[in-house]
Design a protein around this ligand. Structure first.
Ligand code: ATP
Ligand code: MG
Length: 153
């Protein structure tokens, strides 16, 4: 059914409000809905935000935009970034950029494989852009939904 994007982003912001010392900023139109399963979409964004925090980001921006092809939600961080040679493998199961360092930070290397799976099951795509020392942006495209109609009895 229709998932209200701003509410989804606000839930993520709330989830991390206590544990994350940095800032999570939101930018989304009030009237924007996507098609999907709210719990699965929440899992996608939680995975991306937890990765940003593990990458030592102090600021994470969640930006949603209505584009002609649908809706794009971006998770932008100012963390350590990912070397270009790793970008094409990142969504593989168990793939980690720096095995020793990533092991010490916890995790299995499954998060992004799950993200890709969920997004593609929704008919969308996920991609990444990153600059070492500046930060990383993950983008998720989803199908727009119309606002739920008020129920008439
Ligand atoms: P899990 O998600 O299963 O707990 P994980 O976070 O290590 O473990 P993924 O979420 O699949 O696994 O991420 C794979 C690897 O990609 C990470 O180990 C990390 O090296 C790198 N990575 C992912 N997101 C970022 C990011 N925002 N900034 C820097 N590196 C990242
Ligand atoms: Mg992860």
């Amino acid at each position: 059914g229709p998932v209200h994007v701003l509410t989804l982003l606000e839930q993520i912001q709330e989830d991390y409000a206590r544990s994350f010392e940095g800032r999570i900023e939101l930018e989304a139109p009030e009237r924007l809905w996507v098609q999907g399963d709210p719990e699965r979409l929440h899992q996608v964004l939680a995975n991306l935000v937890s990765n940003a925090i593990k990458a030592r980001a102090t600021r994470v921006r969640l930006v949603a935009r209505d584009v002609s092809a649908g809706v794009v939600i971006r998770v932008e961080d100012n963390g350590e970034g990912i070397p270009a040679e790793h970008l094409s493998n990142l969504f593989e199961r168990f793939y980690r950029v720096d095995k020793a360092r990533d092991r010490e930070r916890g995790g299995t290397g499954l998060g992004l494989a799950i993200v890709k799976n969920i997004v593609e099951a929704h008919g969308g795509r996920v991609w990444v852009e990153s600059t070492v020392g500046k930060g990383t942006t993950f983008s998720v495209s989803l199908m727009r939904a119309t606002a739920p109609q008020p129920q008439l009895h």
